[in-house]
Ligand binder design. Structure first.
Ligand code: FAD
Ligand code: NAP
Length: 516
């Protein structure tokens, strides 16, 4: 697993990010070792809710040097097709031989005598070794690997569920029915999932993608006789399609011109003035999309108009597609939407804040998301690194330079934690950037400079994502982010042919097939 100069790289995770990290490390002459706790590749795509499809349009979710095959004609392929695409990528680039399946990384510890040395020049950051403790999940035997660099690609939306906390006697223990998390439901095959919900009064907590899909499946099985109740804490701008009033949304948010309307981290005076002058346009784009979603999904009638703007939603990477026919089912009485800021359990079911009568339920499915940050944090043995990951009050987003590197954690990158609206695209360019860094094409700036850059991005995230900023997301600034990576790598950030295309055509993975 060493390259020609003897450096060893370990990659944790065989999802999309881990595969990309592996592929680009190989391209620089490394022989990385990938630890995957499961028995197959694909991460979240290896098993999920049966009706799940790609919700990002396929052209935005593809490997830049391995396009979707012509046989896949749908814009939003189903999960099985996505998994097959990922597997064929791994086969094509011969990645599987680097992967140790059923090998779970239990912990990472950094070995360097003067770890506490407070040097700012980054020198000490190349002198130590990481000890990677790995458990073979079938035999339970453990082994420690010593490596020079670790790429953590453990994902954000699996393994550690976000289970709400309840006052004593108000939690699931008070309930006579069954409570599961969407993660458990996702793992079931289609027949088991159908049998589980069939003939039951089901309540789903959560109004994002898992909640929407599970509620839809439950209402398909049970019809109007036993409507599925969805508990909504926050209404969202879930999108019916990506063509508001027939206009491509990508032209409102994914081209260089649209980014001019948004204030950017580290912008100079000119860009600041342009974004300020164009702020009515920024507002107009958001209202344009909102008016379409409101109209198409009849949100006012259902009392589901969000308080925040579409731009906030996009900036926090919260965009979910709403399953086709979802609100028709609400009108038919197959789905019931109940808004509440908080809830608890009684013997018979769920009680919403401010209501006396419980929603009678046999089964409650908590589609309440994941605690990806806990998974990431606990992979580090040292409390110091745990603290650096999760922040002192646990409320901050993980501070990563270029959304990849923690300035104070040496010889390590984290890929796939910071999100975008097309995560494959984002992970790919970051893995290329990392490969160039490891290959010595450029150097990281000082810790102080990296922290300054992170702080600028943080300001942007807070400004536009509002209360959701901790989700770590580059939001509406894909091109600005990619420009920074391109400049570091010595690539020309302007990737299009012609001025019009450069400013008005949407950017996507195929614009970054190779250096120009
Ligand atoms: C159901 C679902 C649908 C999605 N749809 C979209 C979409 O349409 N568009 C989009 O942009 N994004 C989507 N996402 C977001 C998705 O997370 C990313 O697109 C992408 O697949 C994440 O890949 P990853 O490799 O970073 O993480 P993951 O896919 O989570 O992979 C992480 C891998 O690391 C392994 N692992 C974890 N811990 C350890 C350990 N300690 N030791 C060894 N191995 C470990 C896991 O087993 C897993 O294989 C979706 C997410 C979900 C859950
Ligand atoms: N491609 C696909 O079809 C697909 C399918 C499934 C999942 N995914 C992706 O997987 C990721 C995870 O999605 P997810 O839906 O599982 O999780 P999520 O996006 O984190 O959504 C969690 C939901 O639970 C609600 N919630 C959390 N805590 C709550 C509480 N205490 N009380 C009431 N409600 C609570 C949240 O409400 P608030 O909004 O108020 O926080 C939100 O509606 C996302 O990136 C998603 O896009 C994609």
């Amino acid at each position: 697993m060493a390259n020609c100069d003897g450096r060893r790289i370990a990659i944790i995770g065989g999802g999309i990010s881990g595969l990309l990290a592996c592929k680009y490390a190989i391209s620089k002459g490394f022989d990385p070792i990938v630890f995957e706790s499961e028995s197959s590749i694909g991460g979240v795509w290896s098993k999920t809710i049966e009706s799940t499809k790609l919700q990002t349009p396929k052209p935005l979710y593809q490997f830049s040097d391995f396009p979707w095959p012509d046989s896949v004609t749908e814009v939003f392929p189903d999960q099985h097709t996505v998994l097959e695409y990922i597997k064929s990528y791994a086969r094509h680039f011969d990645l599987v031989r680097h992967i140790q399946f059923n090998n779970k990384v239990l912990s990472l510890s950094y070995d360097y005598e003067d770890e506490d040395e407070d040097e700012d020049d980054g020198e000490w950051m190349s002198k130590g070794k990481w000890n990677v403790t790995v458990q073979q999940t079938q035999t339970l035997s453990t082994k420690v690997y010593q490596v020079d660099y670790v790429v953590v690609c453990v994902g954000r939306f699996s393994q550690v569920p976000n289970i709400p906390e309840f006052p004593e006697n108000k939690g699931p223990e008070a309930f006579e029915g069954k409570v599961i998390h969407s993660m458990d439901y996702s793992k079931m095959d289609s027949t088991t999932a159908t049998d589980l919900v069939k003939g039951k009064h089901v309540a789903v907590v959560g109004f994002q993608k898992s909640g929407l899909d599970i509620a839809m499946e439950s209402s398909t099985v049970n019809g109007v006789e036993r409507p599925c109740t969805v508990i909504v804490r926050t209404p969202h701008w879930n999108v019916p399609d990506y063509f508001p009033w027939g206009f491509p949304m990508a032209k409102l948010y994914l081209n260089r011109f649209s980014e001019l309307t948004v204030h950017k981290p580290g912008e100079g005076l000119l860009l600041y003035l342009i974004a300020t002058i164009l702020s009515p346009l920024r507002w107009g784009f958001s209202k344009f999309v909102e008016s379409y979603i409101k109209h198409k999904l009849r949100l006012s009638k259902h009392g589901m108009v969000p308080d925040h703007s579409f731009l906030n939603e996009l900036s926090a990477c919260l965009i979910s597609t709403v399953p086709q026919g979802f609100y028709d089912r609400v009108e038919e009485g197959r789905l019931k939407l109940k808004k509440a800021k908080s809830f608890g359990f009684t013997k018979q079911g769920i009680v919403l804040e401010g209501q006396a009568e419980p929603i009678k339920s046999d089964l409650v499915i908590l589609a309440t998301g994941f605690r990806g940050i806990d998974k990431l944090k606990h992979i580090f043995e040292s409390p110091k690194y745990q603290q650096l990951i999760a922040g002192s009050d646990d409320s901050a987003a993980v501070p990563l330079y270029r959304e990849c590197i923690h300035p104070q954690i040496p010889q390590l990158a984290i890929i796939g934690f910071s999100e975008s609206i097309a995560n494959l695209y984002t992970s790919e360019i970051r893995c290329r950037w990392l490969a160039e860094l490891l290959d010595g094409k450029f150097k990281l700036p000082s810790v102080k400079m990296m922290e300054k850059d992170i702080a600028e991005w943080d300001k942007y995230k807070k400004r536009y994502s509002k209360k959701y900023y901790r989700r770590s997301c580059i939001g509406a600034l894909h091109i600005w982010h990619n420009d920074q990576l391109c400049k570091d790598m010595g690539w020309n950030p302007k990737r299009k042919k012609g001025l019009w295309a450069e400013w008005f055509e949407p950017y996507g993975p195929m614009d970054y097939t190779g250096p120009i």
